[in-house]
Structure formats: structure tokens, C-alpha cells
Design a protein around this ligand. Structure first.
Ligand code: PMV
Length: 327
């Protein structure tokens, strides 16, 4: 029984994925661009075992059950089909990400699972093939195969909907300050939330068109190391994504009063000449795109506005690593 272990890092989208054109193949309506983060990652070990009568899935030393377990076994079925593997698998995973709080733990989780499970099943997939496989677990996982800035092309079928690296090594100062507002699991998962917004928001098509039109503009901003342009585009894109939720029928919301306090604080700090821009995903936490040199000023302002707030610094991270053996 050969064990394989993969470490994949989370990523935060600067241009978001929010809605599927095809829910089976997980084809998105938008091309998205992300930054992979060093500080948050998942380590997953997989081995197939003829003695098992069902998949054995452990997350952070606890037996996984319910919806989360079903997602993992369905994903393993895809790997088994690809590899002609008939055995069930042990999956032991350790998440170094606050789970399900809008910090994209599903991205690192399914990227790591794709890497470890495919190798344990005897497959040697290319990074693009791994990205396509990871996409089937969680769309954002397609981007976590790569380090630095990555782009997931929405594509039109299984083969063309795949992520690629834009710039893997980042040698200029950019970071995401992660403001942890509430690290409890969210009530509406991204899977349900995005399809509800797509089905019912009158602004959804506008969001798709605007988001796709920003792809070349964001690429240029990244190539120019232009943190203000990156930040402005990312903040506008995030707010427009959240506007599709606020205008869904019935409306729903991931952002809390504290989230808005942080978003408004970023606006005030910009008026003082500091480059700081907010982006938010399917949870209340706010990620502040900023320069490392401004960390002290920003965290002091946050601590004053929200006493006791927890801030974690996240810098650009690497691509997936897969090794033979245990975690
Ligand atoms: O990959 P999922 O199903 O967890 O969806 C991720 C959606 C967002 O995080 C809100 C945006 C994105 O592109 O990561």
C-alpha cells in the first residue's frame, strides 16, 4: 500500500468564481484570477486498501461524516474511475486553515486530495490535469495547484476549464492581511449560495460580463506590479459579487457589521494615502490587499476600530507538493 502525501495552499480570488454554467463538470460562468497563500494549507495522505469496505476519511484527527464525507467519496470515485482502481481509500487530512469561514479551505483541501489520491491510485497527472481533477471537487481548488498568481479559464468543457500559472514567483511586496471576524462555519455554503444568486439575482448576468471583461485588465495590473490597480479591481469585483447575493430572491448575505467596519476602514486608510483594498468570499472575513511595509499602520487602525480582532498575515505561496510517504 503506497501512501502519498500532498500539501496544497489556499488561494484567494482577486477576480471571483461565483456561479456554475455546468454543475456536473463544475464549469464556471467567469474566468477567475487568484493569489495562492503561504500561511494557509492542507496536508493530505491517501492510500488505497483492499481490506476497507468504505472510504475512511479523517479530518484533523476526527472521523468525517455527512455531507463533507459524501463530497470526498464522490471525488474519490472520479479518481477510481480514471485509474481503474477498485479499492477504497484512507484519507487523512490536516487543515491549517480556519475551516469553512470564507478562507477557502475547500480550495486547499480538494487540491491536496487530488494530488495525493491520484498518485496513490498510480496516476501521474500533469499540473493541468491535476487542476482539472481538483476543479471537480471544488472549483477554486483548480487554482490551488499553482503558486503565486493563477488564472482559471472558465472554458467550455472538461478539457478547457483549467487553471494555469500567471506568475508563480512573486518578488515584489504584496500581502493579504486576513481579518478573522468569525471563524465559525458559515450557514450558506458557496455551492448553494452561488447557484441561488445565479438563478435569482437580476444583476447576475451583469456581474458575469463585468468580471470577464476585467481579466485582461487584472493581468496587466499584475504584470505591472501595480498594487493600487490590483486592489481597486479586486475590491470592486468582490463588492459586485456580494451585490448578486444582496439582490437574490430571497436575498442572503455573508458580510456582517464587522465585515463592513473593515471595508470602510480600508476606504478611510486610502484617504490617508495607504494602499489597502478589501476582498471577501463566502464568509464574513475580510482580506486586505496591502504592502508588508504598511502592516503596522493597518493593524493598529483595525485594533482601534474592532478591539480584540485577530489578523493573520498571508504572503504569496507555492504550488502543490506531492511526496511518497506519510504527513
Ligand atoms: O470553490 P468553492 O465552491 O468553494 O467556491 C469559491 C467561491 C469564492 O471563494 C467565493 C470565490 C473564489 O473564486 O474562490
Amino acid at each position: 500500500m503506497t501512501h502519498f502525501t500532498a500539501r496544497a495552499h489556499t488561494n484567494i480570488a482577486l477576480l471571483k468564481y461565483w456561479g456554475k454554467a455546468d454543475t456536473t463538470l463544475m464549469l464556471p460562468t467567469t474566468t477567475s484570477i487568484s493569489l495562492t497563500l503561504d500561511e494557509f494549507y492542507t496536508d493530505t495522505t491517501v492510500w488505497f486498501d483492499a481490506a476497507l469496505v468504505a472510504d475512511d476519511v479523517m479530518l484533523d484527527d476526527e472521523v468525517m461524516t455527512g455531507k463533507g464525507y459524501d463530497k470526498v467519496t464522490r471525488f474519490l470515485d472520479l479518481v477510481r474511475d480514471m485509474a481503474g482502481e477498485t479499492r477504497y481509500a484512507h484519507v487523512h487530512s490536516a487543515n491549517h486553515v480556519p475551516t469553512a469561514a470564507g478562507l477557502a479551505s475547500s480550495a486547499s483541501a480538494f487540491a491536496a486530495l487530488a494530488g495525493a489520491a491520484s498518485r496513490a491510485a498510480g496516476l501521474a497527472l500533469s499540473p493541468a490535469e491535476l487542476s482539472r481533477l481538483a476543479r471537480r471537487g471544488s472549483g477554486s481548488a483548480s487554482r490551488s495547484i499553482f503558486g503565486g498568481f493563477a488564472q482559471w479559464d472558465r472554458g467550455h468543457d472538461d478539457l478547457t476549464s483549467v487553471a494555469k500559472p500567471l506568475v508563480e514567483t512573486i518578488d515584489w511586496p504584496i500581502q493579504l492581511l486576513t481579518v478573522i471576524i468569525n471563524d465559525q462555519p458559515k450557514k450558506i455554503d458557496s455551492r448553494g449560495g452561488m447557484q441561488h444568486a445565479k438563478a435569482t439575482s437580476p444583476f447576475y448576468d451583469d456581474w458575469v460580463n463585468r468580471s470577464n471583461a476585467l481579466v485582461p485588465v487584472m493581468q496587466t495590473a499584475i504584470a505591472n506590479h501595480d498594487i493600487d490597480q490590483i486592489g481597486q479591481l479586486a475590491e470592486a469585483n468582490a463588492l459586485q459579487m456580494h451585490a448578486t447575493n444582496a439582490t437574490a430572491q430571497p436575498a442572503f448575505n455573508y458580510l456582517t457589521d464587522s465585515s463592513w467596519q473593515v471595508i470602510n476602514l480600508a476606504t478611510r486608510l486610502r484617504e490617508q494615502g495607504i494602499s489597502v483594498y478589501a476582498t471577501m468570499d463566502a464568509g464574513p472575513n475580510v482580506k486586505l490587499i496591502s504592502r508588508p511595509a504598511d502592516t503596522e499602520v493597518i493593524t493598529a487602525a483595525l485594533a482601534e476600530a474592532i478591539p480584540g480582532v485577530v489578523v493573520r498575515t498571508a504572503t504569496p505561496g507555492p504550488s502543490i507538493k506531492i511526496v511518497e510517504g506519510d504527513q
